[in-house]
Write a protein that binds this ligand. Structure first.
Ligand SMILES: *Cc1c(COP(=O)(O)O)cnc(C)c1O
Length: 375
């Protein structure tokens, strides 16, 4: 079976883990964590970058930093992973789901203002497939209404919007290094704070609500409990693994893009024949080839396509069940717009295998897909 995903290893992970072992510093915020923090600050220009144990954790930190209270509302897409909504619901805030654009499948910025109420505190955007949302329009809406913007950039590492790295345009950005993402550490994530405003508070929330980070820098002479918080930092073994990955981030992105381009060239004939629609990347966005998806004409066509590929040894998969129709989404959230596009595309989208090493299997995948689409 040609699997949908295979984690890519750069080859240096084990030696860095061995170094971490040798350093005798296994808890968080050791030398490898610092290396990763510095890389993110340099790479993105964010004032503060903090590793977390997941993107979910980074989103939970964002919800804490925004001091959301029960009944506050956060506007977000429904076509996303659970954590985008759950992180805010955990604080008692109400996820207000808005429909997505037909081209990028990202939140439709034209529907956001219609969902704003006096309780709205923030907008949480998701850069689906590593392709940016329309951030200029979204930031302008946020400024007009005094709202914060959180970027769920779980899929967006190394992608840009008008030249700016994703995760640094809104107030706060969250990344994921789960093994299904481009840059991985098994489980892992990071929170980026665009400017200085949230940096110190983010360190406190991540360190159980203590000022331990300031203490380690010698800025206070003892550390103590100063706010609510939790334990959101990964250990050094995880950071060592991630350090090996980020060194190769540019190369990993290049290699994934080459595979994405091959899919895109292959799929053109089928798009012209009306069998499917290919992903759309706006000219002002660069992407990271996180995903190659196809939009088939109907749910039935998708079901048949996935089955046919499976029979030929290729694992293709669908994606999110829209959150607004999930049991928890109905309990904790509500819709802030019509959901026509979300309901439609969620039933027709299929993701193709995309991992470094799949290159040699592309002829098999294309042959299986050609056959499935002809049948
Ligand atoms: C993967 C993903 C997450 C969750 O990431 P974890 O690191 O597993 O917590 C959140 N949001 C989106 C959009 C994702 O793709």
């Amino acid at each position: 079976m040609i699997r949908f995903n295979r984690p890519f290893m750069t080859g240096k992970e084990l030696s860095y883990i061995e170094q971490a072992h040798g350093n005798g510093h296994l808890s968080g915020d050791g030398p490898f964590t610092r290396t990763c923090h510095e890389w993110f600050r340099e790479q993105t220009g964010a004032r503060t970058a903090l590793l977390t144990h997941s993107c979910t954790a980074a989103l939970e930190m964002a919800a804490l930093l925004l001091r959301l209270e029960p009944g506050d509302e956060v506007i977000l897409p429904s076509f996303t992973f659970v954590s985008t909504a759950s992180a805010f619901a955990l604080r008692g805030a109400v996820p207000v789901f808005v429909d997505v654009r037909t081209d990028t499948l990202n939140i439709d910025e034209n529907l956001i203002e219609g969902a704003i109420t006096p309780r709205t505190k923030a907008i949480c955007v998701v850069h689906y497939a590593g392709v940016a949302c329309e951030m200029d329009a979204i930031m302008a809406i946020a400024a007009r209404h005094g709202l914060r913007v959180v970027e769920d950039a779980a899929q967006g590492i190394m992608s840009t919007y008008r030249g700016r790295p994703l995760g640094t345009i809104g107030d706060l950005g969250a990344f994921s290094f789960h093994e299904t993402k481009n840059i991985i550490s098994g489980e892992g994530g990071a929170l980026l704070c665009r400017d200085d405003e949230f940096g110190e508070q983010a360190e406190i929330i991540r360190e159980k609500g203590t000022n331990r980070s300031r203490f380690f820098r010698g800025q206070v002479d003892k550390y103590t409990w100063v706010d609510v918080g939790s334990s959101y930092l990964p250990g050094e073994i995880t950071a060592a693994f991630l350090a090996a990955q980020i060194e190769e981030a540019a190369d990993i992105t290049r290699r994934r893009l080459a595979i994405w381009d091959e899919y895109h060239a292959w799929a053109l004939q089928h798009e012209l024949a009306g069998h499917l629609r290919r992903p759309i990347v706006p000219a002002h966005c660069t992407h990271n080839a996180h995903m190659y998806y196809l939009l088939l004409p109907s749910l039935e066509a998708r079901t048949r396509f996935i089955e046919a590929l499976k029979e030929d040894g290729v694992q293709a998969v669908f994606h999110y069940i829209p959150l607004h129709s999930s049991p928890a989404g109905r309990t904790f959230g509500r819709t802030g717009s019509d959901m026509t596009v979300t309901d439609d595309i969620a039933e027709r989208l299929v993701r193709m295998p995309l991992w470094i090493g799949v290159e040699e299997h592309l002829p098999t995948i294309f042959a299986a897909a050609d056959k499935a689409l002809a049948g």
